[in-house]
Ligand binder design. Structure first.
Ligand code: HEM
Length: 445
């Protein structure tokens, strides 16, 4: 069902000026620079994968190349986008007037420079790449400080806020373990079982930080974009409890124990995912909107999450061969199968909304006139194509690494590059509205 362009037939109240939301909102450039840097990292990741995918299999396996690629995706794309979205979400969800743009600009600069130095250092063969990783650590500490202050200022935490708070706590552990691991790669004095620490770092990152953030955001954003409302939160509560039990069990077992219970923790985590999927099923069934690209991306993400959980069970029970390519398939299922479709779906709404808010806000309305809708600021057709290429990329890459097939990996890498290029083009199209001259037109009769 298509909604006609917004028509303004009555003057806004005198003091409306910009939408009231704008008074509390962060400056436009603050979230937006995160989204632009993230789009660039996503594109660079896809291009680097096309160029160097032969370094990820067999005798030519290059651990530094793989590690650099992983962190270009996890820090440059996933974490960078989440930080930008959180800056916006804090105002929308908690209604807290936005504070500390200066500190957040520093945090962005440190995260950007640190990620570039960390990945570049790994690829250039520096031994002390952990020095650049320390910049990431410092940047993330600033984000954590500002977000925690905002959560405290917002008072009682709602459903999404609780997920955000828990995810931020896990992020602090992720960056601490990551920095110690990087330092220990050079010195070899901190950990007697680096493999256990690596398993803890990976799961605290992918489950604790990325997934809990996505889960919390999905309850709010998917319900809002689909015009659905949550009848019962019981499955979501079960998912939250099980995810924390499974994750803490797995992390402690990996850090301190013998890793004998890994398959039990994998079952608990898979059960958490099933409960979450049940909750999302309720939201989708109650929706009043047609399936647009944003909701279709969310469905693709839900499928990716199920594939990731199945691979986790397969690895834990020895049904999937436990080799480096299969571990890459597991990490890619989380990052390209689950996190990326969810992120793209929401960002396709958030970026046009931000531009709309700042360009077409009610400040200069002189009714009657007709202004574009947020969905007019991006190409829906390109968004559908992006999604097709992303699905092809994710499943060719996951299959390619599982089966150790260079042809499938090449196909997946090229598909991802097409997806990332279309996404960058669509973002540029939306941003072009900042510069386009706009004259309000009269409403159609
Ligand atoms: C300060 C930030 C970080 C640093 C310094 C860091 C460092 C590291 C290091 C040194 C390893 C390899 C350890 C080894 O092989 O012994 C690693 C692996 C990994 N990290 Fe991080 N990390 C950071 C943040 C993150 C974040 C935020 C995520 C996810 C959102 C993440 C996801 C991963 C994954 C998935 C692996 C496994 C890579 C693979 O098997 O190829 N890391 N990290």
């Amino acid at each position: 069902m298509d909604v006609p362009p917004i028509q303004i037939t009555q003057a806004p109240p005198l003091n409306a000026g910009a939408a009231p939301f704008l008074a509390k909102a962060p400056p436009f450039w603050l979230p937006m620079r995160h989204f632009v840097a993230a789009a660039f990292s996503f594109w660079l990741f896809a291009a680097a994968l096309v160029w160097g995918n032969s370094r990820l299999l067999g005798f030519s396996f290059d651990a530094r190349w793989a590690l650099g690629l992983t962190h270009l995706l996890t820090l440059g794309w996933v974490t960078m986008t989440i930080m930008g979205a959180l800056i916006q979400l804090m105002v929308v969800v908690h209604g807290v007037p936005f504070a500390a743009p200066g500190r957040l600009a520093w945090a962005w600069a440190l995260l950007t420079a640190g990620t570039a130095g960390f990945v570049g250092g790994l690829w250039a063969g520096w031994d002390r790449y952990w020095i650049a990783a320390a910049l990431v650590f410092a940047g993330v500490l600033i984000y954590l400080q500002v977000f925690v202050e905002s959560l405290i200022q917002g008072g009682k935490l709602d459903w999404t806020g609780r997920h955000v708070a828990v995810a931020l706590a896990y992020l602090s552990l992720v960056i601490l373990l990551g920095l110690l691991l990087a330092y220990d790669r050079e010195r070899g004095i901190l950990f007697h079982d680096p493999r256990g620490v690596l398993i803890a770092h990976i799961h605290l990152a992918l489950v604790g930080w990325v997934s809990l953030m996505i889960v919390g955001a999905s309850y709010r954003l998917v319900a809002m974009f689909s015009l659905s409302h949550i009848e019962s939160k019981a499955p979501g509560l079960v998912a939250l409890v099980l995810a924390n039990v499974g994750l803490l069990g797995l992390a402690l077992d990996s850090l301190l124990g013998s890793r004998r219970l890994l398959s039990a923790w994998a079952c608990v985590l898979a059960a958490a995912y099933a409960a979450y999927a049940f909750q999302m099923n309720g939201i989708f069934r109650g929706r009043l909107r047609r399936i647009d690209p944003a909701l279709a991306y969310t469905l693709l993400a839900l499928l990716g999450g199920a594939v990731w959980a199945a691979l986790g069970l397969g690895l834990a029970f020895g049904l999937v061969k436990d080799g480096a390519p299969q571990e890459i398939a597991y990490v890619l299922a989380a990052l390209l199968g689950w996190a990326t479709p969810f992120i793209l779906g929401q960002i396709h709404k958030i970026v046009p909304f931000l531009v709309w808010l700042h360009v077409f806000s009610p400040k200069n309305w002189r009714p009657p006139l007709q202004i574009p809708r947020t969905q007019d600021l991006a190409s829906e057709k390109a968004a559908w194509w992006e999604m097709g290429f992303l699905a092809a990329a994710a499943y060719s890459l996951i299959g390619g690494f599982l089966l150790e097939s260079p042809a499938l990996i090449r196909l997946g890498s090229w598909s991802l590059l097409v997806c990332a290029t279309l996404y960058a083009g669509n973002t540029a199209l939306t941003l072009s509205f900042l510069k386009r001259p706009w004259t309000p037109s009269k409403p159609r009769p």
